[in-house]
Design a protein. Sequence first.
Lengths: 368, 393
Amino acid sequence: MAESRVPHSNLPPPASTVGVVGWLRRNLFSSPLNVILTLLAVYLLFVALPPLLRWAFLDASWDGDNRDACRPGGACWVFIRVHFDQFMYGFYPDGQRWRVNAAVLLLILGAAPLFVRAVSSKFKIRLGLGLLIAYPLIAFILLKGGMTGLPVVDTSQWGGLLLTLVIAGVGMTAALPLGVLLALGRRSRLPAIQTLCVTFIELWRGVPLITVLFMSSVMLPLFLPAGMNFDKLLRALIGVTLFQAAYMAEVVRGGLQAIPKGQFEAAAALGLGYWKTMGLIVLPQALKLVIPGIVNTFIALFKDTSLVLIIGLFDLMNIVHNATTNPAWLGFSTEGYIFAAVVYWLFCFGMSRYSQNLEKHLHTGHKR
Amino acid sequence: MTEPIPTPVKPPFWNDPQVRAIVFQAIALVATVAFGLYIFDNTQANLRRLGIASGFGFLSSPSGFDIIQSLIPYSATSSYGRVFWVALLNTLLVSALGVVLATLLGFVIGVARLSRNWLISRLALAYIETFRNIPLLLQIFFWYFAVLRAMPAPRQSLSLGETVFLNIRGLYLPAPEIQTGFGWVLAAFGIAAVLTTLLARWARRRQRATGQQFPILSVALALLLGLPLLTFWLAGSPLAWQVPELQGFNFRGGWVIIPEMASLLLALTIYTATFIAEIVRAGIQAVSHGQTEASLSLGLTSSLTLRLIILPQALRVIIPPLTNQYLNLTKNSSLAAAIGYPDLVSAFAGTVLNQTGQAIECIAITMAVYLTISLLISLMMNWYNRRVALVER
């Protein structure tokens, strides 16, 4: 009779490959080179982090209302606290700042349903379009005043984060449709339209934004009939929008080119005209494909708003810079720039995270 | 019964696609031309009203201002045309240095991002996510106003071994001073370069014919470094270092990197490197792991795998977006205007424009230069891209 074999019961994995030890061995000490790199990185962190944390938090001064409240050796966040309202609203008159808050609150309340998954997409589209048309009008009346009995606040008094958000918001909402139109024009079969669009796009993409802003401040007055003049903010808005629209057009073109020809042919076979083909069949697919590119352009636009400093607008960047040159608060430029950097960072990082989220949500299984 | 086929009715002419196409294009063209004429007309009227003579005559009149950094001889009596060349060279200098440094840093960070070492890849990620999301202008301001302008005065300079000094006036480096006999070293380098080229050609031909390999890399390095070093030693070390020295209130001698240039370069490098790192990471990840496995199973060593299999394929993905970043860096160097580094926008489209009032000419020249640089770089990269592009059968 054959000897029966009983398999040994499963052994647990070696202690060195599981748990904390296993993780450390796998991820930090897998080869001599990695051991050296890990030790080097730990040493660098050990040297750099504690003094930084001590400067920014432990030794920092938080309370007070003048520079005497600041202890040497630590960050002086009092500087930010004192200037905080200015950084947010610029030179917007003190008593009128509730209007800015109201405009922001209105936008948050109005746009909130757009970010809730449970809301039906039909309602979202209606709400979105409604907001797109109505909100800029309401916000403009609220911020500028003049009509409804509110005192007029000139755009030269707008500033700080408010101005940054106004430029970024207007730029984004205007650059996307303009970019789509330019991209369609570039892909058009009509030679004249195509040439015009290609020239426009390449011209704007070939020059730095700063020269565009320069142009809008020194050449626009020459282009307009004598006596007619634009608001400085409007000039910046036009410059930023046209500039980013050219970049947007190239992003959208990438999406248009990725749509197979069969889609166009199927739409034509169904008897759809050009605008219906584009609006119902091609663009919804193309735009979905290029969401990362569109958001990247938005992020670039948001960062580029800081350039309006060149033509003398007091956006967040410029107002912080201005505060650091205030004779009563000299020597706190590090704190000021770090604060501005954190604000910009939050917005940009938030946008990129949201786009990743959106991409995952809209992804319908075509991804290879 | 067969029904008679209805003859197609010709649509009314306003629904005919061909007619429509012509009409739309005509409208677009007429509108563009009319807009152009309107602007031209207004400009003419405005120029007449302001008494500005258009034309490029102003380029030959003396400028009357100094420039803090110039690669070619320049003084306040030089012409505005000279200012243009000085400014252009400054732009090109900071862009070229930025491109080199950002590429190096970007490749290191991009590879670190893919490292199997958890700590290293996390640090690389933190670096990328931090600096990518902060406006470049803010970074330039930080380095300029918060760091370099906060440096001590020349007398209290920070120094590194009494040869390199850092103070509010800039970074002072020792400058090499060429003495007689240095020509021999250059000649030796030239000879080594020619020899290396010939050797590489011979080695490739021999490998094709016989399959025997030749350690070309180490021999080439030995030739290129050894021959000039040998000549350098034989010629009696014809190179002296001029160390900057404190005289009175400032340093004399040596090379100085002005704080404007240093902060611009630092910010451009750090900012652009984040984008290059992401491009490099994506490029390497685009090469499928099967390629590595196939190469290793063919018996290639891991360094050969990297050099012959992964890098050529990754570069194909990396090059086009990398070009874009180089272009962006060149265009972003115009932010110099905000801190007063005398680049094209700052010195030419800024100072010259303000002095002469020739807005249209100055802006047009500046934009034309940037357009030309953009077109040249993209032409060059397109050519390179065609060479390395995948040839599919």
